[in-house]
Write a protein of this length. Structure first.
Length: 285
């Protein structure tokens, strides 16, 4: 999707309008992460109808931040086959593809997201990303909206964050702003997180284990903050779990050593964008 052309924006609006016709009532309230300790600090979970900001601890931790954001989106959008299942809109700046590689259908599947549920919008610049994200935030048919600019996105200021927050509240949609190579600045986000990757616990035959994250809750409007947890993502149950809890599950080895470096199931294939083609992804625009 080109950020400055109205026909492609019209295409997105038409796609969202069609989705709205098929959607049922919007579920309100909070979305729990599935881990009692974190949900207690969040008063039951993160607000569904709100803007949440997720920062990668470093550029190398973008895959971890993406995995955490997708986990929240999946919790908000419902598991495949459930009545509450809704599509997810992902607005992504082209430069992210250049730096990290395009999204890869197999990687999304490994996290538990059916690529057919994904509406992918690419924009050349942060303005286009925010414009597409704002359109999605106003659509109650969506389960969640991911907005992913690269670096210091000048159009994203306090005013822009307030607009996104109001749109999310009005439509009942969870909006997740994924930041990489960007400083923390004032915003209207309900929560702000910093995410880093952790070493995955190996399975039998030293196969890669569940994606692991170090989560830091930096800010929570009206609630506790400056908290940190080490968690893993359980793709089968679509929830986060404490790392030690995974050691007690029978299908995982109890004493297998961790892999030698941080590992997260990558949604990107790591290849230059120009050399790859989309695989199994629905694209808008």
């Amino acid at each position: 999707m080109q950020s400055a052309t109205s026909p492609t924006l019209s295409d997105l609006r038409r796609t969202l309008a069609e989705a709205a016709l098929r959607a049922g009532p919007v579920a309100a309230g909070r979305v729990g992460l599935g881990l009692a300790e974190i949900d207690a600090v969040l008063s039951g979970g993160v607000l569904r109808a709100a803007l949440h900001e997720i920062h990668a601890a470093s550029a190398a931790d973008l895959a971890a931040a993406t995995g955490f954001a997708l986990g929240l989106a999946l919790r908000a959008a419902g598991k495949a086959g459930e009545a509450a299942e809704r599509p997810i809109l992902w607005a992504r700046q082209d430069f992210v593809d250049v730096e990290t590689g395009r999204l890869h259908a197999a990687g999304l599947n490994e996290l538990g997201l059916d690529p057919a549920r994904l509406l992918l919008v690419r924009a050349r610049d942060p303005e286009g990303v925010l414009r597409a994200g704002a359109e999605g935030a106003r659509c109650p048919a969506l389960g969640a909206v991911l907005i992913e600019p690269w670096g210091e996105a000048k159009p994203f200021d306090l005013t822009a964050s307030r607009r996104l927050s109001l749109a999310a509240e009005g439509a009942g949609v969870m909006v997740l702003l994924l930041r990489v190579a960007a400083r923390e600045a004032p915003s209207a986000a309900r929560t702000r997180w910093r995410v880093a990757s952790l070493a995955s616990r190996a399975l039998a035959a030293n196969a890669p284990g569940a994606p692991a994250f170090r989560l830091s809750l930096l800010r929570q409007r009206g609630g506790a903050a400056e908290c940190e947890w080490r968690v893993e993502w359980d793709r089968d149950r679509h929830c986060f779990a404490e790392r030690t809890a995974f050691d007690r599950l029978p299908h995982r080895t109890n004493h297998a050593p961790p892999l030698s470096r941080p590992l997260v199931s990558l949604p990107g294939d790591g290849s230059p964008a120009a050399d790859r083609q989309d695989s199994g992804l629905r694209r808008t625009g």
